[in-house]
Ligand binder design. Sequence first.
Ligand code: ZN
Length: 663
Amino acid sequence: MKKIAIILAIAGLFCACQKQKTFQYNVDKFYDLEILRYDVPEFDQLTLQQKQLIYCLSEAALWGRDILFDQNGRYNLRIRRALESLYLNYPYDKNTDEFAAFERYLKRVWFSNGIHHHYSEDKFLPEFTQEWFVAACEKAGVEYDENILPVIFDPAVMPKRMTQQDGVDLVAGSAGNYYGEGVTQAEAEAWYAAHKDNSPEPLWIGLNSKLVKNEQGEIEEQVYKVGGLYGAALEKIVFWLKEALKYAENDAQKLAIEKMIAFNETGDLKLFNEYCIAWVKDLESRVDYVNGFTETYSDPLGITGTWESMVNFKDLNATHRTQLISDNAQWFEDNSPTAKEYKKEEVKGVSAKVITAAMLAGDCYPATPIGINLPNANWIRKEYGSKSVTIDNLMHAYNEAAKGNGFNEEFMIDDEICALYDQYGAICNDLHTDLHECVGHGSGKLKPGVSKDALKEHASTIEEARADLFGLYYLADPKLVELGLLPNMDAYKAGYYQQMMNGAMTQLVRIEPGKDIEEAHMRNRQLIANWVLANVDPKNPEVEIIERDGKHFMQINDYEGLRRLYGQLLAIIQGITSEGDYETAKDFVEAYAVKVNQDLHKEIRERYQKLNLAPYKGFVNPVYTAVKDKDGNITDVKIDFTEGYVDQHLRYSRDYSPLPSVN
Ligand code: ZN
């Protein structure tokens, strides 16, 4: 399912934790990108076997890097290799503007796993000239395929990794390499239609292959497998998956790894289904992983999987937190301010799994999702379930790295709020997410006869508002202190301040001038904040936006009063949901969620731009080193966090680059 994409320009919102900032989270910054480092807490507490497993799975992850470069564009490996070769053999003084521009471009190519922006998918152009590049390569003795020159320098050549333009052939018009040269959208669609599996447990035809045109002009499938397309990389991946097998924690995990190995060796999609089922059934293991052709957003036809890997292990601390909330689900349901007729008599909480990422690769690196929800095949999800996890240590790195970037100082009303937020912001954010996911969505019930789809296009905004309000209402409840989840009855105020400031003001930095709010979570946040502001006591407002020296700030005068307003709105939104009241849902969304206050928007964007923050973040990985005895057995795994961005990519290209330049 949809990866939870992240544009954490506003990561500053969630910042803060009690821990001292000794770990170096900030690594590098160029263009609109910032490189961070993530910590791997609890790694030292893993058993040797778990560490050995992580080591092997991490190796299997790193060997796939070339695959993604090639999937993103057929010239990418040639370009990356020419650039790296020039970088390493640069024949002139490096203290020049040209070299700096060249280095920035290379860093950007690494970040995007190719020459198109990882998010906008537009080709980015170098700030050095073709003449400069050609002359420098010649002087340095760097050889390259001349075809890469227009691909790098001509803005008209391969301008988009994936085209979405109406009337343009999605396949032929996209620079991505999911289809061979000359294949058209109509031809690819016809091939898929002819090969579609309509059985109840269908094979995902096309997931692991590229459609190409043979010499007779017929469409042919090249399968990603050992001995097939990307075989040299998949061979290495299989080798390390087999090593990983030796350290599997239990039979369920072992079975899943075996299926993944067999799938990579044969390309047989039936084995992929069996792998997915085995993987989703493995719930006991502490260590887990994704490794393979997974999400399909980058294929213009949405069929072929992009290679990715993430190695991770269960975060026991955070999982305990969600378990505690889930265990009290019935108490939360019974005590919520919603009408009795809309409550569930019997409610089950879900315990969200929280994981710690240990290695990111392929399409999870350097830019990464903050959650995983797999497998993607609907019939498997229905029959066998799915795994949905949030990745706490990456969130934590975003938050920590944002500390001191000036965001809170600019937008929060005074030092007191900043300090409160520094102390309790992170825990409030975690708990609010937990309440939203573990009990919020599962709370309440529909009146008999009301359809799940009654709210139509407003359903997701209303549903997200319902879960958010449930979380907000309980964030201020003494129950959380009683359960030991919050330290005192002041802590929640950090979460309340953040919700009001973000919902009514600072989230607008992500909206282009003149545009409405479209995304459901953003709509829900503004709906809540703006409804509250419109429903305060006019004589003694519980919360208001005030102006000071031409700048606007959120001011909360009465936190308990604010909680009452959240509770009132929760009851209303629950009513809308339970009754399937489309008209009221529409009125609420239109009145509070969609339209942007133009003057405030302009002001917020101007203030934000002055902070000069990079909207996109990515990571460097830690380095794992296996300590071996004289017989070659791994006796320990060391983790190190000192490698920089450039060194990491050069090392990966040197040590983990099995594919030929042309595949
Ligand atoms: Zn939600």
